[in-house]
Design a protein around this ligand. Structure first.
Ligand code: SF4
Length: 368
C-alpha cells in the first residue's frame, strides 16, 4: 500500500557543476566514466552530491538494485545488490529511512523485514510483470488444489502473496529451498511460483516434482536460443552468462547460468576477455564499471519498471519524504515469516548454477 502525498512539490532547483561538486564526486566519476558521458556527468554529479547530502541530513540509506542505472547504483546507493541482499542490508541498517531504488515488491520486502523503519519508493508505479502475475487469492486456490504440498514463492512477489507462502526463494537458492521444503513437509512435490521459467530451470536440477505458475519476467522471457546462437557465432570467444528467469532453451546454449550475484562473481573472479550478460541492460553496465579488463558485448533488454527510478525522483523522495510504502501489520508478520525462513537456511554450499548436465533427463513440471 502507498501513502501518496497529494501536495504538488515546488519546482526542483537547478544544481550547478561547481568545483566543489566536481571534487566531491570525482571518485564516483572514475567508476562510471566508461558508461556515462562527460556532458551527462555535468548534469548528474550535482544531483548526486545533493542526494548524498540529504541522506546524511535525514539519516537515510539508499538500497540500489543491480538493475539501477550506473549513476544511481554507483553514485548514491549505500547498499547494492540483488533483492534479497538488499532486504538483508535493510535489516542490518540502523537508518531511520530507507529509500528503495528498485521496484515496489522490493520496497514491500524491506518494509516487512523492517516494520519500524520508514520505507520510501521514488516512483510508486514501479511494478514488475512477475509480481503482478499472481494474487493471494490465486495462491489460496493453488493450495486447495494441491493440499500438503509446500508453497515456495520467488521473492519477486507482493507482500500479500508472500503471506500465503511457506518459504521464499531467490534465483540463487531456489534449488536448495525446494529440496529443503520437500524434505521438511515430507512431500514429493513442491509448488514453486510464480516464474514459469525459473520453475522449469529448477526442475532440471532436482528430483522433486514442481508445480508451477505461468508468470514471466518480461525482460528475460524475450531472449531466445537463436539470439544466443547468433551471438556465439559472431563472438566465438565471448562467455555467455544467462539469468535463470530466461527460457530453458536459452540456458542450454549459454556457457553459464546464475543469479545476478553469481554473474557478478563470475566476471570478477574469472575475468573473461569478452562476456555477454543475458539479462537487464543496467546490470551489465554496473558490472562493466568495475571490470575494465573485460569487454562487454551488449544485447540486453531494459526493464521499464526499474527505469522509472531516476536520480531526480530519488532526490524528490528524500526531500519530500515520499512515497511511503506500508504493509498491513498482520499480513506483514506472515510475509516476514516466509522471507525469514529462507534467510535462516544455511547459505548453499555452492551457488546455484543451473548446469543442465546434472539432470538433463529430468524435467517434471506441472503448469497451472
Ligand atoms: S527485470 Fe523482470 S523480474 Fe525484475 S522487476 Fe523487471 S519485470 Fe520484474
Amino acid at each position: 500500500m502507498l501513502n501518496v502525498a497529494t501536495k504538488v512539490p515546488p519546482v526542483r532547483p537547478a544544481f550547478l557543476f561547481t568545483p566543489q561538486v566536481e571534487a566531491e564526486t570525482s571518485a564516483i566519476w572514475q567508476t562510471v566514466r566508461s558508461r556515462v558521458t562527460p556532458l551527462e556527468w555535468r548534469l548528474q554529479a550535482p544531483l548526486i552530491a545533493e542526494i548524498n547530502r540529504l541522506k546524511r541530513e535525514k539519516k537515510a540509506v539508499i538500497l540500489a538494485h543491480n538493475y539501477m542505472t550506473p549513476e544511481i547504483f554507483h553514485g548514491v546507493g549505500d547498499y547494492v545488490g540483488d533483492s534479497l541482499g538488499l532486504a538483508r542490508e535493510a535489516q542490518r541498517s540502523d537508518a531511520a529511512v530507507i529509500v528503495q531504488a528498485g521496484v515496489h515488491f522490493m520496497a514491500e520486502t524491506s518494509k516487512v523485514l523492517c516494520p519500524d523503519k520508514r520505507v520510501l519508493i521514488p516512483d510508486p508505479n514501479a511494478g514488475c510483470s512477475l509480481a503482478s502475475s499472481i494474487t493471494a487469492a490465486d495462491v489460496r486456490l493453488i493450495k486447495q488444489r494441491y493440499p500438503g504440498a509446500p508453497v515456495v514463492t520467488y521473492v519477486n512477489t507482493t507482500a500479500e502473496v508472500k503471506a500465503e507462502t511457506d518459504i521464499c526463494c531467490t534465483s540463487a537458492n531456489a534449488v536448495q529451498v525446494v529440496e529443503w521444503a520437500a524434505k521438511e513437509w515430507g512431500s514429493d512435490r513442491v509448488i514453486l511460483i510464480p516464474d514459469e521459467f525459473l520453475a522449469k530451470n529448477v526442475a532440471r536440477q532436482t528430483d522433486v516434482k514442481i508445480i508451477a505458475w505461468r508468470g514471466r519476467c518480461e525482460v528475460h522471457e524475450r531472449f531466445t536460443a537463436s539470439d544466443i546462437l547468433e551471438l556465439r557465432a559472431a563472438y566465438p570467444d565471448a562467455q555467455v552468462l544467462a539469468h535463470p528467469e530466461c527460457p530453458p532453451e536459452v540456458l542450454e546454449v549459454s556457457h553459464f547460468t546464475g543469479s545476478t550475484a553469481a554473474m557478478t562473481d563470475y566476471v570478477a573472479t574469472r575475468k573473461p576477455k569478452q562476456v555477454v550478460l543475458i539479462t537487464e541492460c543496467s546490470m551489465a553496465d554496473n558490472v562493466a564499471c568495475e571490470a575494465p579488463e573485460t569487454e562487454f558485448i551488449r544485447p540486453c533488454n531494459l526493464c521499464p519498471h526499474m527505469k522509472m527510478i531516476t536520480l531526480e525522483n530519488v532526490y524528490d523522495a528524500l526531500l519530500y519524504d515520499r512515497y511511503e510504502v506500508t504493509v498491513d501489520p498482520v499480513l506483514a508478520v506472515r510475509a516476514a515469516a516466509a522471507v525469514q525462513r529462507m534467510i535462516d537456511l544455511p547459505p548453499p554450499a555452492v551457488p546455484a548454477r543451473y548446469d543442465l548436465v546434472k539432470a538433463r533427463h529430468h524435467v517434471d513440471v506441472e503448469l497451472i
